[in-house]
Ligand binder design. Structure first.
Ligand code: FES
Length: 112
């Protein structure tokens, strides 16, 4: 098992995601929206900070941003920040190995 497979979670193959669309995944109990745009893969939180809806994966892509389908807030695909530059969605590191997509999501810590 490679280091990538230990730290990152394999979610699917690059061709499983169509250009300018997103898919929803759950990794370590975290909702992730994964997009392909201009052939690049991006991973963001799937939970919109506006009303906590799990719809980001279903947003349209325009100008390097994903648009939340509920009320139109825009988030940068690369950083997750709002169009204004303020903090928006968490973004996750992505690696492509042999056409497989790996996403780094640290498990949520349990605090007793
Ligand atoms: S829930 Fe996303 S913009 Fe309102």
């Amino acid at each position: 098992m490679s280091l990538t497979e230990i730290i990152f979670t394999k979610i699917c193959r690059v061709h499983d995601i169509d250009e300018d669309t997103g898919k929803r995944f759950i990794i370590n109990e975290t909702e992730i929206a994964v997009f392909k745009s201009h052939g690049k893969i991006f991973a963001l939180s799937n939970i919109c900070p506006h009303q906590q809806t799990a719809l980001i994966y279903d947003g349209i892509i325009e100008d390097g941003c994903v648009v939340c389908p509920a009320h139109g807030w825009k988030f940068n695909l690369r950083t997750g920040n709002k169009k204004s530059g303020s903090r928006g969605l968490d973004s996750y590191e992505v690696k492509i190995v042999d056409e497989n997509i790996y996403v780094k999501v640290v498990p949520k810590m349990v605090n007793w």
